[in-house]
Write a protein that binds this ligand. Structure first.
Ligand SMILES: [Fe+2]
Length: 364
């Protein structure tokens, strides 16, 4: 099915959906993994049926909105410039594709699984984005911390389940060369998780006229990302149905079509990042995507993304069963302006090097 939004042609493919109960039962879902993350997949999978999910989702998404609507003076108490704003509140510090500071969305970053992971001051000084402590608005928006921890615990649990499925699929596909629990163990003990609570402020429609106006085309560069279904609210805080033009848009590697992926309110999504594409020797695929918020000045959008990355020192190395390099590092139908994967692995020996190259490349 296809639809038009402005001048763009969009295809509407249903994403692969699995049930939380199937995950729990340990069923072999390799076919679903292939359909979602193989060469023809959208690079993501939808998980439904998580018990008591809606209450947790609404609690955190309302809390981020409440925080974002506090005064700048209050919010700035939770900004962490020494971490390049990658902990606590960040607003107007990142750039949009045209180089203009991004005031359209505000982000609150926190590590999901532990407020403090080290007391090594040298480590914190060298790698503040990874090792600094969480900050919380304990008096101005006390519900944010617990709502975040409560929801992100579920997202991480789902991420671990999907890692097990990746391992099982790759184990089968490579005749046992990919060992069971490789990805699961890599992520299970990692400290490199980050949650990003997002509030999209209403913006003038001209800033949001194309699908990639506010959150441009990109690929997630880490291992996996877990997203919620975003919450749309009017200015009084009433829940609204998802506006038709809004959503997550994904480039299909099959034919380059742009697919709008609607995440049902009671589901979450796991998306693959480029580093797992590399570590799977190209058998799992990440896809370019962008996000469109509402064109209305009366609607805000709330989201929580949890990025689950491997340890910073994980080696960037193709497995012995890898596809040829040019296939691993090629992204079909790469949108204009998105830096090629092969350009960002140059000189990178570890995940940390690769992440650094990527941040630099997107800022150019
Ligand atoms: Fe993304």
């Amino acid at each position: 099915m296809s639809c038009t939004s402005g001048s763009e042609q969009h295809e509407q493919l249903d994403p692969v959906t699995i049930s939380f109960h199937d995950l729990q039962s340990g069923e072999d879902l390799s076919e679903k993994i292939e359909e979602a993350f193989g060469f023809k997949g959208l690079g993501l999978i939808v998980i439904k049926d998580y018990p008591e999910f809606q209450a947790k989702r609404e609690r955190i998404l309302r809390a981020i909105r409440k925080f974002a609507l506090l005064s700048d003076e209050v919010k700035d108490k939770c900004a962490v410039p020494q971490a390049n704003y990658s902990f606590g509140w960040s607003h107007g510090k990142e750039k949009m594709k045209n180089g203009i500071p991004d005031f359209a969305k505000g982000s609150y970053y926190a590590r999901p699984h532990a407020d403090i992971i080290t007391d090594d001051e040298e480590l914190k000084r060298q790698y503040p984005e990874t090792y600094l402590d969480n900050v919380w608005p304990k008096t101005d928006c006390p519900e944010l911390e617990n709502a975040f921890k409560d929801m992100s615990r579920v997202q991480i649990d789902m991420g671990h389940h999907i890692c097990k499925l990746f391992d099982r699929y790759l184990h089968k596909l490579t005749g046992g060369k990919h060992k069971l629990d490789t990805f699961y163990n890599m992520l299970k003990d990692s400290v490199a998780y980050k949650g990003r609570m997002l509030h999209y402020f209403p913006v003038e429609p001209e800033l949001n006229s194309s699908i990639d106006g506010l959150c441009g085309w990109h690929l997630d560069h880490g291992c996996i990302t877990c997203l919620l279904s975003p919450l749309y609210l009017d200015l009084e805080g009433n829940v609204l149905p998802k506006p038709n033009e809004c959503g997550l848009y994904v480039k299909s590697p099959r034919n380059g079509s742009v697919n709008k992926v609607d995440i049902p309110a009671d589901c979450l999504v796991i998306q693959l990042g480029e580093f797992f594409q590399i570590l799977s020797g190209g058998l799992l695929r990440a896809t370019p995507h962008c996000v469109r918020s509402s064109k209305s000045l009366n609607i805000t959008r709330e989201q929580l993304a949890v990025f689950m990355d491997c340890p910073p020192t994980q080696l960037l190395k193709l497995p012995e069963f890898s596809l040829p390099q040019e296939e691993v590092f090629n992204t079909p139908f790469l949108p204009d302006g998105v830096p090629e994967l092969k350009s960002r692995i140059v000189g990178a020996e570890t995940y940390r090097d690769f992440a650094k190259n990527t941040f630099k490349a997107y800022l150019q």
